[in-house]
Structure formats: structure tokens, C-alpha cells
Design a protein around this ligand. Sequence first.
Ligand code: BES
Ligand code: ZN
Length: 656
Amino acid sequence: MLNFFNKLFKNNKIKKKIISLNKIKKNMLTNKRSIILEHNDEDTSTYSNFDKICQKSLYLEVTLDFPSKTLFGFVTSTYHYIDKNEKYLILDLNGPQIKNVSYIERKKLYPLEFEIISNVPDKKSLGTPLKITLPSFGHIIPNELKIKIEFITNENCQAIQFLKKEQTHSKKYPFMFTQCEAIQCRSLFPCQDTPSAKVFVTAKTFIDPPYKMLCSGLPKSVYWDVNRQKNVIVYKQKISIPTYLIAFAAGKISYEKISDRCGVYAEDDLVQIAKNEFINTENYLKKAEDYFGREYDWEVYNILVLPFSFPYGGMENPNLTFVSPSLLAGDGSLSYVIGHEISHSWTGNLVTNKNWENFWVNEGFTTFLERKLDGMIFGEDMENLEAMVGNSELENDIEMFGEENNYTQLMPNYEGVDPDDGFSSVPYEKGYQFLVYLESLVGKEAFKNIMQEYIKKYAYMSVDYNAFKEVYEDYVNDNTEGEEGKNILNDIDWDTWLYSKGKPFAEFNFSSNLSDEAIQFAEKYFVKNANYDGDYNTFKKWHTNVKVYFLNYIMNNIKKVDDKVYKNLRDNLKLNQENYNMEVKYLWYQIALKTKHDDVIPDLKKMLLSIGRMKYLKPLYSSWYEFNKKDAKSFFDKNKNLYHPIAQKNVASVFK
Ligand code: BES
Ligand code: ZN
């Protein structure tokens, strides 16, 4: 340590510096047992002191090793001081082993003291922060600091899933992917794991042949490292991003172009199928550009199809949206998920929620845009139908949580918990409905202008809902006469929208020809001796969303489904025979289980072994558990290792 300071301060003030260092050290020692870190007020899901000293850029050099199931290397970050009195740098960390921490000046490394704080109150969900003692600079504190940290992940890393070859589509090669949203980046490497502190990311990745390692940035160089005998790719993300958007994936992967700026990655033998499924991607991108009146900022939009254990439908990692293979329905009918992830390129990735309480600022806005795009492409009926399906999901989730549950608030309280625990359709659908309400007050054209202004004003920033509120209010004030604006704004009860529990307090009528048709069709099954001729053909031809709306409607009237109704549905619509996509299957199996029919169990088991998407797993296990506790639980216990750690935790919560 002394040596380091001798090098650092080659002037006659050196003695003073050493004394002050000793002082800090002493404080550190005396405080060691008494220091209890509190989470940050701005973002209760981080322990980092990003409001005092803030990350600006990250340079990652990482190697993925399949045999040992580890990711290792180093991260060099630059930080700038906001408060020059700050003596420590506190980073979020949850799992990786830290090897060395050094201060870099003029390319030279000087070791720094560090400590992993394990007596934090929310250790279980937020991890154990890394506290680094900063060099004692005396009076000449630099504006920026460069710090290098060497790390290695362990087998239990929550952000990574390593898949055996049997768990992939080809069953020939292993696979690996990361999932950092919401607060998992800290289990990859130490960082200020808060969406408030956006960073410029560069990553150099090393992997054994024949594998390829992808990252959520643009590839800048690709080469073969002769010394290390590894495939190397250097990625750069030229727009600053929140840490939850840092993503890696590796396996035996091929690429197919869809358009000049869009393409798809997948395991070699899936890539052509994936290309056909997502052939409309460029169209979605263009429509989104139209709505936002702004060009796509990220240059390239690629999709990566993951193996079946991916726990979400889609994840908006920049330049590299991750998707579940459950989207490969064969007819492009689940591409609304692509529309959703594309929309995040503006709402979420450009304008980012600054903490997880404001998650609806990402997801509610994105759901709103996703439906606008579907409206532009398939017509307003489809937009409304999707809103109705969303509303059914919202009602189901509110029922599952209970009307009084904190997570039924548009803005819940996440203090002391992992924000993933509160994941549900609430921020998506309540957020969506709030925006539809705000749109209805000013009209669609004006609302589009407001959205455009909002994106323009807050691009590259992290915000809470007040950013939008301000733009909305300014627009209304500037574009109305007399008392009109005031009257509009006075009518909006923001607090009730944001903080009330249970069902949204305003009701919407999203009905459309499509939903009317589905309701009529469903009602027929509830009357005796109806005529079912031609039903199969009608049902089969319906767009997935109509099928989904229909099945949701049946589920909401589950008490009317007796043995006869069940059999009529099953046989006339060939629900057990036809290979419908997973959106249809997961609803049909729930209907069967809720009405105590076990003829779906063999197919249900097949599905549970072939998909790890939480949207399906949780309600399926939950309905099966209600029907037959022992079988559901033992099947899960036997097979849970197929699922992603996040999904395992999420599903386990239904067995109470
Ligand atoms: N960003 C989310 C996925 C997510 C949310 C991951 C929270 C981790 C924590 C993504 O954009 C998303 O919303 N996916 C949905 C798509 C759907 C709403 C169209 C999904 O996975 O189902
Ligand atoms: Zn989303």
C-alpha cells in the first residue's frame, strides 16, 4: 500500500497523504462492525453510492468457460465524482468472487483495499455490496477515477443459466445466456446496479471454438486469438445503457438477415424457421419510427432465439432482443412480442425508468406502443382485442395477489425485496390503461405529439413518471384556451392511478368485432344442445389473439363449465388433438385442471418439460397444484433443474 502511495504522489506532500490514509484505515477498522449500509433513497434496490460517485463507462473483458460453468475476467470502469468528499466506492455485488481491485493511473495499477459487506439488511434480495476504499488524494482530487476489478462467477450465479446439450434444440452443444433485468447484473460482476446510472459499455468476449459469444452491443471486431486459442469478439454499445441491459449468450449459433438492419440468431438448425417467423420485423421497426417521429437510434435490430428454459417471452437487450422459442408458432402470430421489444428501443432503452417502483414507465409505455403498432399493422380491432386480453390477465393477477396486495399498485413499494418478486401484468396493464385514459383526454394526435416530445426531451436519461407528467401538462397548457387546459388537468387523479390497490378504478370499453365474435362463440357452449357444425374450422382460422380471448372468457366463466361443456369444447375444437401454439395450450390446460379433468395431464407434462417461460409455468403449476397437490409438487421437484433459477423461485411460490 505504501509503495502505491509513493508512486502516486511523487511530491513532498507525501507524508500528509500517508497520514490521511492511515486515518481512513483507522476509521474503517473501528467502523467495520458498526457500519450497516442502507439502500439508496433514489433507488431502494441498490446499495451503491451512485449519487456521490457515478459510473460512466465499463470495459469488460470476459471469458466463458463451459466445462467449469464460469464467466471470468475483469471490468475496468470510469467513475466521476459528484461529491469529492466521498471516501468509498460502494458497488452492488451478489455472488462473484472478487480477486483484485486496483486504481489505474497512466496505465499503472495500484491495489486498493476492499471489503464485502455481508451484514446488510436486505442481503438476501439485494446481495452483499463491495466496499472499496478510494485512494486518499488530499487536495488534488481528480474528476474521474478508473478502477479495475477482477472477478469470477460461481456455479450458482443467478444471472447466468448454463444449459447442457440435452437442454437445447439440437441437443448437440451446450448453451449459456444471461438475464440481468431487474437486479441480476450484480451477480455477473460488481457495478452500480441501478437504472439511474447509465453507462457506456464495451465488451471483449473470449470463448472456445466452435462457439460464438453474443453481447447486447454492436460487434466491432471478430478474430481468432492464437495464443489463447479462443474466438474473440469486441462489442461496443455507443449509447449509454442501464446495467440491466447488459447481456451475453453463447452456443453454436447461426445468423440470418431479415432486412438491411434486422436479423435473427438461433441454434443452427432453427435459424431458418426463426427467420420465417419474424419476417415482419422490419415492418414493426418502421411503424415504431413513424409513431415516435424519430429514427431507430440503435442502428441494428437483431433477435436471438434462446433454448426453451428462457424465463420470459422477450427481453429488450439492445441490438439483441432475446426471445423464447415458444414464439415460434409457425404463423408469425406471436410477433406482437417482437413489436413490444422493438418499442422498448424508445421507451425503456432510450428513456429508462430510474428505479423499479417506476417500472411501469418502461412496461406500461411499451405495452401502449406495442398495441399502437399492432393497430397500425392489423387494424384497430386487433389493438382493442389485445387490450381486452391484457385486461383479463390483469384481473387474473389481481385475484392471484389479492385486492389488498402492494403489488397490485401501479407503483408498488419494493423496499427490502427483489423487484422480480412483484413481477406481474400490473405495471403493463394498469400502466397501459392509464395512458389510454390520458390519451382520451387530449385525443390521439395530440397524445402522439406528447409522446414524441417526451422521448426527445428525455432520451439517454433515467426518469420517474414525473418526466412524462410534466411534458403532458406543458402540452395541455400550451395547446388549450382559457380554462380548458386547467379543467383537463384537474380531472386527472394521479395519486389514485399510481397508488390505489386492486382493480383499476376506471373501466374501459375495448370491445371490438373480434371480441364480440369470440364472446358469442363462447356463450353458445354454455347453452344446451347448440349447433357446433363448422366450429372447428372457424376456431382454427382465428388469429391467436381471438382464440386467447375466447379461452380467457371461458376461464372467467369457469363455474359454467360442467362435464358436458368441457367435452363439447374439447371435441368440437379438437383442443386435445390439434397442435395449437402454447398461448392456446396453456389456457386450455388450465380450464381442464380447474374443472378437474385429468385427460390433459400427459400433454401438460410434455409442455412443462418443453418450456421454461414463467408466464406459462406459474399458472399451470398453480392450477395443477390445486387439482392434485402431490403430483404437481413431485413433478416440479423432479424437473425443476430444467428451469431458470428465476423461474424456479417464481414457480416454487405457488406450492404453499
Ligand atoms: N423487459 C421485459 C421482461 C422482463 C421484465 C425481464 C422484468 C425481467 C424483469 C420484456 O420487455 C417483457 O415485457 N416481456 C414480455 C413481453 C410481452 C408483454 C409482450 C414477456 O416476456 O412476456
Ligand atoms: Zn417489456
